[in-house]
Ligand binder design. Structure first.
Ligand SMILES: O=C(O)CCC(=O)C(=O)O
Ligand SMILES: [Fe+2]
Length: 353
C-alpha cells in the first residue's frame, strides 16, 4: 500500500459523480433496509450489532470475523489504504443476524433461482451482506460458476467498472502495465492501473489484445441496483463507507454457462442438481444432457475414476489441514514456553508497582 493511492483517491472522489454507460435503476424503495442499514442504525441494531461477520481471511485462508459494532468503529477510525471489508455469506445461519433477510427482497427481475432446487445447506454461497469502509473494494474478477449477479446499495457510494467477456484476462488485469512492487488492491486498480489500461487501449489502434476493447464505468448511489451479467469482468471501489447486499443466481438465461462450469467445478453437486432439474424443469435437464453428449462429458456418478481422484483429493486436503493445525498448536506451545502465559499483564503490574 502506497500513500500515493490516498492522494489519487481523494482526487478521484471529486469527479466521480458522472453517471456513464450503464445506468442502474432505482427499484428498491420499499425495503426496510432503506431505513435500517445506515451505519448509525446498524451500530445500535439489537439483532446485528453483537453478531460476528466475516471481514477477511488470514494468511492460511481462515475466516476473520468481527462483531458489527467493532467493525463499524474500525471503519470510522481506520487509516488503512485498503481496509477490511465485510463480505458475509452466512448471516442466514445466525439466529439473530438472519433478520437481514426481512430487510430486503429479491428484485422481481432476478427472482428465478435454479440453484434453489439444491437446498440451503448444499448450494454454493449466493448472498452477501456487504459493509465496506471508504477505500475498500473488490479487485477485478468474474463471478463463479457462470452466475449473474445483482448488487443493491443502501448506503454510501460505489464506483464500478465492467468489461465484457471478450476482453482478455491479461488486459483487464493490466498484467503488462503493473510495475514491480505495485500492489493489487482495488483502490490501486481504480486510481492507477485502470487509467493505464484505458490509455493503452486508446493508443493500441484497436489491435491485438485490445481489439474491440470496451469498459463501462459508473457510480452507484443508494437505492440503485447494478446488474452484473455472467462472464463479465468487474471491480468495485467504495468511494465512501457503504452498506449493500448482493446475490448471485442461475436463471434459464444463463443456464447453459452455469451448467458447463458446475458439472466440472462442483461434480457431486451437479449430479443432485440434475436430478432435481429432471423433476422440476425437464426441459433444462434435457439441455444439460445434450451439452454433456456434445462434449462427451461423463458425470461424476458414472465415473469411478473421477470418484477415486475426488476421494484422494479430499483426503489430501483433510491431511494438510490437520498438519497445519498441529503446526500452529506447536508454535503456540513454543511461544508460551518462551514468554509465559501472562507476559503483558505481568509487565503492566511491574510498571505500576
Ligand atoms: O460490491 C462489491 O464490492 C462487489 C461485489 C462483487 O463483485 C461480488 O460479490 O462478486
Ligand atoms: Fe462479483
Amino acid at each position: 500500500s502506497t500513500s500515493g493511492n490516498r492522494a489519487t483517491f481523494d482526487e478521484e472522489k471529486k469527479d466521480c459523480d458522472d453517471n456513464t454507460a450503464i445506468s442502474p435503476s432505482r427499484i428498491q424503495k420499499e425495503w426496510p433496509a432503506v431505513h435500517r442499514w445506515s451505519l448509525d442504525k446498524l451500530i445500535n441494531d439489537p439483532d446485528l450489532s453483537e453478531r460476528g461477520f466475516k471481514c477477511g481471511e488470514d494468511d492460511d485462508g481462515y475466516t476473520i470475523r468481527m462483531k458489527l459494532r467493532y467493525f463499524i468503529e474500525y471503519l470510522q477510525h481506520n487509516k488503512d489504504d485498503s481496509p477490511l471489508y465485510i463480505f458475509d455469506a452466512t448471516f442466514d445461519e445466525d439466529k439473530f443476524a438472519k433478520r437481514l433477510l426481512e430487510d430486503y427482497t429479491v428484485p422481481d427481475y432476478f427472482s428465478e433461482d435454479l440453484f434453489g432446487l439444491i437446498g440451503e445447506s448444499k448450494r454454493p454461497p449466493y448472498r452477501w451482506f456487504l459493509v465496506g469502509p471508504c477505500r475498500s473494494g473488490t479487485t477485478v474478477h468474474i463471478d463463479p460458476l457462470g452466475t449473474s449477479a445483482w448488487n443493491t446499495l443502501l448506503f454510501g457510494v460505489k464506483r464500478w467498472v465492467l468489461f465484457p467477456p471478450h476482453v482478455p484476462k491479461s488486459v483487464v488485469k493490466g498484467r503488462k502495465l503493473i510495475l514491480p512492487g505495485e500492489d493489487d488492491e482495488a483502490i490501486h486498480y481504480f486510481t492507477t492501473i485502470l487509467p493505464r489500461i484505458k490509455r493503452r487501449a486508446a493508443t493500441s489502434g484497436g489491435k491485438g489484445d485490445y481489439s474491440n476493447f470496451e469498459c463501462y464505468e459508473f457510480t452507484q448511489y443508494p437505492g440503485e441496483t447494478v446488474f452484473v451479467p455472467h462472464g463479465w469482468w468487474h471491480a468495485v471501489m467504495n468511494v465512501t463507507h457503504t452498506v449493500g447486499v448482493t446475490q448471485n443466481y442461475c436463471s434459464k438465461r444463463n443456464f447453459d454457462e452455469v451448467w458447463l462450469q458446475t458439472r466440472s467445478g462442483r461434480k457431486k453437486m451437479a449430479c443432485s442438481w440434475l436430478r432435481k432439474l429432471q423433476e422440476h424443469y425437464p426441459d433444462l435437464a434435457r439441455r444439460a444432457k445434450a451439452l454433456n453428449r456434445r462434449d462427451r462429458f461423463v458425470m461424476w456418478e458414472d465415473d469411478p475414476e473421477a470418484q477415486r481422484r475426488y476421494r484422494k483429493k479430499m483426503a489430501d486436503k483433510e491431511r494438510k489441514k490437520r498438519e497445519k493445525r498441529e503446526q500452529k498448536e506447536k508454535e503456540r506451545a513454543r511461544k508460551k514456553e518462551k514468554w509465559g502465559d501472562h507476559r503483558t499483564t505481568e509487565r503492566r503490574k511491574e510498571t505500576h508497582s
